[in-house]
Design a binder for this molecule. Structure first.
Ligand code: CP
Length: 304
């Protein structure tokens, strides 16, 4: 694998190799476990055209724990404000001598554009492109599931909420179905495109019927920033029909795992008592994200 642009078409063997590597790298750079030099002498650029907390910080930390130098770029305060294009910006940064670009952009396909236009030795990682894919988020979700259950195949995973605008949903669907999980997508019909069924998932609109069937519930954020017109259903209706509170969680299997990619809208798709409750692995996901990103950067650095 030369670039990680998405999980579409990534084989079960490749996914498993990254997940296995992430488990091996889990504690690297923490406490008395030394850092590694997989990326010694390499320069990794975080090229983030959209806001981020988890992805940006963990890619930076992951790269440093593997010995890389890290550059952080964001458009505010840059010559983007003078009209410099995305490709010109990337090629100018490339001219300073870089090896890897981690890119987040509101336009689906932006990472693919970089992979095409940058020099052949530069590796590109998609850190979220519009509503298209967010492959490392799905990998860290899947790693969190695998660590809890010891497997992915045969599990039932519910992806709940704003499927239409969710790059996390799309990457999860590709990764989970490739690894043999059953995926149920559930949300308001206005936020679940019916074409999603062609990806081999079940489509449902009654969360209370879906919850008892799931080993894992992944609660997706309602992406207010991507709604073109007013939100339908309203926040109050969404909370009533799809918000997960302690009462609704009583329908879940005793060992069910609750995930949310973050940032979460507390009190909309999830109440604080559930987000911080016994089923929740929300902060474990963040921890696992660091290991996944180390595994991805290390894997790409070795690709020829
Ligand atoms: N889950 C996720 O991608 O979070 P950030 O937007 O904070 O990176």
């Amino acid at each position: 694998m030369k670039h990680l642009l998405g999980l579409e078409g990534v084989s079960s063997a490749e996914l498993t190799r990254i997940l296995d590597a992430a488990e091996r790298l889990d504690r690297v750079g923490v406490g008395d476990v030394p850092k590694r030099d997989d990326l010694k002498g390499k320069v990794v650029v975080n090229l983030f055209y959209e806001p981020s907390t988890r992805t940006r910080v963990s890619f930076g930390l992951a790269a440093r724990r593997l010995g890389a130098d890290v550059l952080d770029f964001s458009p505010s305060g840059s010559s983007t404000s003078k009209g410099e294009s995305f490709i010109d910006t990337a090629k100018n940064i490339e001219a300073m001598g870089i090896d890897m670009v981690v890119v987040r952009h509101s336009s689906p396909g932006a990472p693919h554009v970089l992979a095409k236009h940058l020099m052949p030795h530069v590796r590109v990682v998609n850190a979220g492109d519009g509503a298209h894919e967010h492959p490392t988020q799905a990998l860290l979700d899947i790693l969190t599931i695998r660590k809890k259950f010891g497997r992915v195949a045969g599990l039932t995973v519910g992806l709940v909420g704003d499927i239409a605008h969710s790059r996390v949903a799309r990457s999860n669907i590709y990764g989970l179905t490739t690894l043999g999980a059953k995926v149920i997508v559930c949300g308001p019909t206005t936020l679940v495109p019916q074409e999603v069924a062609r990806f081999g998932v079940e489509v449902a609109d009654k969360l209370d019927d879906v919850i008892p069937r799931c080993d894992v519930l992944n609660l997706l954020r309602v992406q207010f920033e991507r709604q073109r017109s007013g939100l339908f259903p309203s926040i109050r209706e969404y909370r009533l029909l799809f918000g997960v509170d302690a009462d609704r969680m009583k329908r879940a299997k005793p060992g069910a795992l609750l995930l949310a990619p973050g940032p979460i809208n507390r009190g909309v798709e999830i109440t604080p008592e559930v987000a911080d409750g016994p089923h929740s692995a929300i902060l474990d996901q963040v921890t696992n994200g660091l290991a996944v990103r180390m595994a991805v950067l290390s894997e790409l650095s070795r690709a020829v």
